[in-house]
Design a protein. Structure first.
Length: 441
């Protein structure tokens, strides 16, 4: 299959045609799948295991910080941009070599979590979960770097769509698959099964084309200080006077979602839904709903433009938390309330998928190929860190407020973010320049 698509915006293919005509998109689907597996298993899915192990709700909220590596991945991302992985760099190239190495680390750390028992040795579970977070965050960095460097800006919405589809499938496996396995065979078997589920992502990495820019090492390498500083300096220079509001928008966009998601599974467990119920609703029902949100966002970006869609995403994603608040106030495991549970989660999943794909496209447009892993990792870390810090206090907030008031509060967090998005959009509209102005295509 060809590695190139016809140039020109009017030549953009449909998502399905792109998938079969260009192996970059097929590889992106597989890499998105492996990217979608580890994050849930660090905390979100594991919170069901921790709840069963009778970990107190306050401590459970603090344990959401086991995903901290995803918020600080920008720290080591510059090295992944500039240096080849030991042994694999010459064989596979820089991007693919790091991808395969990080995937191996994910499988090993999943095995480590499987050998633990949080009811009796919580420290073991915490240590291997944090190591899993580091491996998974590294995998995300190098996959995002590959995505941005292997395709031009005009194809990034399509690349992001297939990455999101793969990620959703991986989430389905790591969420529903792990929960079903846990109910049937126990949590140890579930985590070992998830380690085996990484195999398709490894195959995708081996079959993916290496970006031409990464097939040969640069003639000179920057010093340590420049390795860190150059990506930030370049990003700040290109954003110019809009640097501060743009970065604040990125930082706040997913804050309500991070805070909300930390307590979603504990809410469902408090309403006495089983692991299988949660898997069925959040993953099996949620999967086609999330795909709908993904492709709708791609279509709306194409029709309305990136910034109007980003603004809609801020409102939609935050407002969806009111459905969780309603479920907390009125939900109970029995009778027709199961369908209230399904409708609530589907609403939240659709909104999350819609907002995620437009944010991915926006952050990709802010990154350039020379610093693809570094700048995108910096933006995603900036996006995740504020919400993660607040999520660490979520258990204590629920102890004082209750679940219903908590989710109303997470919805209200989105109001100032929407106003900031409107401001950035209006300024760019007056200037006639999009978010990627000045970025290399």
């Amino acid at each position: 299959m060809s590695d190139a698509l016809p140039s020109g915006a009017d030549a953009l293919p449909s998502p399905l045609r792109a998938l079969v005509s260009d192996r970059r998109f097929g590889a992106m689907l597989g890499l998105g799948f492996s990217s979608g597996i580890p994050f849930l298993l660090v905390y979100v899915t594991q919170s069901a295991w921790l709840s069963e192990a009778k970990v107190p709700i306050g401590i459970l909220g603090l344990l959401s910080e086991m995903t901290l590596a995803y918020k600080f991945k920008f720290v080591w991302a510059p090295f992944l941009d500039r240096y080849d992985p030991p042994g694999l760099g010459r064989l596979l190239g820089r991007r693919r070599g790091w991808i395969v190495l990080s995937q191996a680390a994910v499988m090993l750390t999943l095995g480590g979590v499987a050998l633990g028992d949080p009811a009796h040795w919580l420290a073991w579970t915490i240590a291997f979960s944090m190591a899993l977070g580091f491996a998974g965050a590294t995998q995300d960095v190098v996959i995002d770097g590959w995505r941005i460097t292997v395709a031009p800006v005009r194809l990034q919405a399509l690349m992001s769509s297939w990455a999101e589809v793969g990620w959703r499938i991986g989430n389905l496996v790591a969420g529903a698959g792990a929960l079903y396995l846990a109910d049937a065979f126990g949590w140890r078997a579930a985590y070992l099964g998830m380690a085996g589920a990484m195999a398709p992502g490894v195959v995708a990495a081996l079959l993916a084309p290496e970006p031409p820019v990464d097939r040969s090492a640069p003639a000179t390498r920057p010093g340590l200080a420049a390795t860190f500083a150059d990506p930030i300096r370049d990003l700040w220079r290109r954003l110019g006077p809009m640097a501060v509001p743009t970065l604040l928008l990125v930082a706040g966009f997913r804050m309500p979602g991070y805070v909300s998601s930390a307590m979603a599974v504990p809410l469902f467990k408090s309403l006495h839904y089983s692991n299988s119920d949660i898997a069925t609703v959040t993953k099996l029902f949620g999967f086609p709903v999330a795909l709908g949100g993904t492709f709708l966002a791609t279509a709306v970006v194409k029709r309305l433009g990136l910034m109007p869609t980003l603004f809609l995403g801020t409102i939609f994603a935050s407002a969806s938390h009111l459905a969780l608040a309603y479920l907390a106030a009125h939900g109970d495991h029995g009778g027709g309330e199961f369908w209230l549970f399904a409708l609530t989660v589907s609403t939240d999943d659709f909104a999350y998928a819609f907002a995620s794909i437009v944010l991915i496209t926006y952050m990709s447009s802010l990154s350039v190929t020379d610093y693809a892993a570094s700048q995108y990792a910096l933006l995603t870390s900036l996006c995740a860190l504020p919400g993660s810090v607040l999520a660490g206090t979520s258990g204590f907030a629920i102890e004082r407020l209750g679940f219903a008031s908590f989710f109303v509060g997470t919805s209200l967090i989105g109001a100032p973010v929407a106003l900031l998005c409107w401001y950035v959009w209006s300024v760019q509209g007056r200037s006639g320049r999009g978010p990627a102005a000045g970025a290399a295509a």
